[in-house]
Write a protein that binds this ligand. Structure first.
Ligand code: SF4
Length: 378
């Protein structure tokens, strides 16, 4: 558990973003019982709880292991796998979902990986329309143009060396698990660095909204700013039980995909999710706004990033504006989003932001309300 301004922060690894309805409910219950009640979906398609009381850490960990949500600290450290969320549901993508089980088994079986860096992670990309382009990880696997052949790249700075040597290798898909484990072992004792999944197109690099609405065999939704309350979690889990075989996939766009949805059920499912407070429409201004915890959860924050992001969303909804990508950051570290977006508010002083738009600095050190007004109109 990590100490934060609003109490303990507990990260829950969800390998490949694949999670069942029962596990999601167990996380929601734990958030209500021991934390703030809010469950966050992270940019690595994991979950995290905030406001956890320090004396509750052991009970919480035990409950998560008991519910099958966590494999315990050793397993969780190894199982940091980000997987293309659509995979088999996207005709453009190579379905790498079946590799997840063998990869986790191989990682579990490798005792040397106990020494893995806490932030070590894999990005395994299918190359489809909602692929992982631009996402960064220690080890990246991505399809080549030759069907069945993957490019595996890994990067970290060797002690004493400048820069981050990238080690690309082409492997047959059947060799992929071995190559990924080998890369993990190779990382031991090295200083952490990362590589990015190659961009399929310029558009996919700037993508901030994940799959939303209904597609062929799937329905996508997201809680505003990736922060779900208990009611929204229950809505998602109930909907999954009724209409997608109890299965959900978390996305690195802080949303959720329900797979295997019958086409004649998708309309009713979308209505259920919308009524439960979730965003299901890519035209909703909430779909493209990203914010860090700001002063509600981070001692480094200079501004209320979450509150200001919500104010921009409300103003854009009222004005009926088109959703333009916006990042609201409580300080210059910009944890929530690495790629530049159309508009970025960067906390620059207590309650103040520098506003970046149109490729440059548009206003320096303006009050929060003014920054919100500029962002709402941009
Ligand atoms: S960007 Fe700054 S304020 Fe926001 S979470 Fe990161 S360190 Fe905290």
């Amino acid at each position: 558990m990590l100490a934060r301004a609003d109490g303990g922060l507990v990260r829950i690894r969800v390998p490949g973003g694949r999670i069942g309805a029962a596990a999601l409910l167990a996380v929601a219950e734990a958030a209500q019982r021991w934390g703030s009640g809010i469950v966050e979906i992270t940019g690595r398609a994991n979950l995290q709880l905030r406001g956890v009381r320090s004396e509750a850490a052991a009970d919480l960990a035990e409950a998560l292991v008991g519910a099958g949500v966590s494999g315990g600290p050793h397993a969780d450290r190894r199982r940091n796998v980000l997987l293309d969320p659509l995979g088999d549901l996207d005709p453009e993508a190579e379905d790498l979902g079946p590799l997840l089980g063998p990869l986790l088994a191989a990682l579990d079986a490798e005792p040397r990986l106990d020494g893995l860096d806490e932030k070590f992670g894999f990005a395994v990309d299918g190359g489809g329309s909602f692929g992982l382009a631009g996402r960064r990880a220690a080890v990246v696997a991505t399809p080549t143009r030759t069907r069945g052949v993957m490019a595996v790249c890994w990067a970290w700075a060797d002690d004493g060396e400048e820069g981050s040597p990238v080690r690309p290798r082409r492997v047959a898909r059947s060799e992929l698990v071995d190559a990924l484990v080998e890369a993990a072992v190779d990382s031991l004792g090295r200083r952490r660095s990362s590589v990015a999944v190659p961009a399929a197109s310029a558009d996919s690099v700037a993508r901030v909204a994940g799959p939303l609405g209904a597609g062929a065999g799937w329905v996508g939704a997201m809680p505003t700013l990736g922060r779900a309350d208990a009611g929204e979690m229950v809505t998602l889990a109930t909907a999954a039980r009724r209409r997608s075989g109890g299965l959900l996939r978390l996305t690195p766009w802080r949303g959720v995909v329900l797979p295997a949805v019958a086409s004649d059920e998708s309309g009713a499912l979308l209505e259920e999710l919308r009524a439960g407070g979730l965003v299901v429409d890519a035209a909703d201004p909430a779909s493209t706004v990203v914010a860090c915890a700001g002063s509600r959860g981070c001692t480094s924050a200079l501004t209320d990033a979450v509150g200001d992001a919500r104010r921009v969303i409300a103003a854009r909804r009222e004005a009926g504006s088109r959703p333009a990508a916006l990042h609201v950051s409580g300080c210059a570290k910009c944890c929530a989003q690495q790629a530049p977006l159309a508009t970025t508010l960067v906390g620059s002083g207590p309650g103040r932001y520098d506003v970046y738009a149109g490729g440059g600095l548009r206003a320096r050190s303006v009050r929060g309300a003014e920054a919100v007004a500029i962002a709402a109109g941009s």
